[in-house]
Design a binder for this molecule. Structure first.
Ligand SMILES: [Zn+2]
Ligand SMILES: [Zn+2]
Length: 206
């Protein structure tokens, strides 16, 4: 006896919720709610119930988070473990977001991956509450976590990364990785004010 064939669907866990993306519905205590189209958008049942809170745990992929030498690894999921709490004037979202970052060492150019954790601590204000330009809003019945997660990760990416604190970099003459071998070339920094004289000296010697 085989099981009936079912169309494939993805089950996401949102704290107490369970979402079947195949049917785009969300179930909680037997109640069905339609799921938002955007994966980072979360329906809020806490609206206008100050003091109520809920846990939101989910894995989501968010591409395109990068600075010149570091990026959130393409296609690798971010793990969100958040607490959503209703305030009088909005929703407070807090908790860690964990991901993996691909980094290029600025000295030896080696690629490596490293875990990255950011702690969210943001408030989504209801419409009508005064807000500055940086603020986030509750939109209709939901909050969109994507810009919040994106902003936090962008700020946490390293701008001048090193593979190790003492990375020796590459040989300026032959390009060898000095962490792996000593090619024998001098690595003394050349003072550019003297390079002209140095060239002249070499010319005279020839
Ligand atoms: Zn390095
Ligand atoms: Zn060399």
């Amino acid at each position: 006896m085989g099981h009936p064939v079912q169309s494939p669907s993805i089950i996401y866990r949102f704290g107490l919720f369970e979402a079947d993306l195949g049917s785009r519905e969300l179930r909680k205590h037997g109640i069905r709610v339609r799921l938002q189209e955007k994966p980072f958008q979360v329906l809020i049942e806490l609206l206008r119930r100050p003091g109520a809170s809920e846990r939101l745990e989910t894995d989501q992929v968010l591409d395109g988070i990068e600075v010149p030498l570091a990026r959130v690894r393409e296609g690798s999921p971010l793990h969100l473990d958040l607490r959503l709490e209703a305030l009088v004037d909005g929703i407070h979202a807090s908790g860690p977001v964990d991901g993996e970052v691909t980094i290029e060492c600025r000295r030896c150019l080696k690629l490596f991956t490293r875990p990255l954790r950011v702690e969210l601590d943001d408030v989504f204000l209801y419409q009508g509450e005064s807000i500055d330009d940086e603020g986030y809003r509750v939109e209709g019945e939901s909050i969109d976590l994507e810009p919040v997660v994106r902003d936090a990760l962008m700020l946490a990416l390293p701008l001048n990364p090193l593979c190790t604190e003492g990375c020796k970099g590459l040989c300026s003459t032959c390009g060898a990785d000095l962490n792996e071998a000593d090619c024998g070339h001098s690595q003394d920094p050349v003072d550019i004010r003297w390079t002209g004289l140095e060239q002249l000296r070499r010319t005279l010697e020839e």
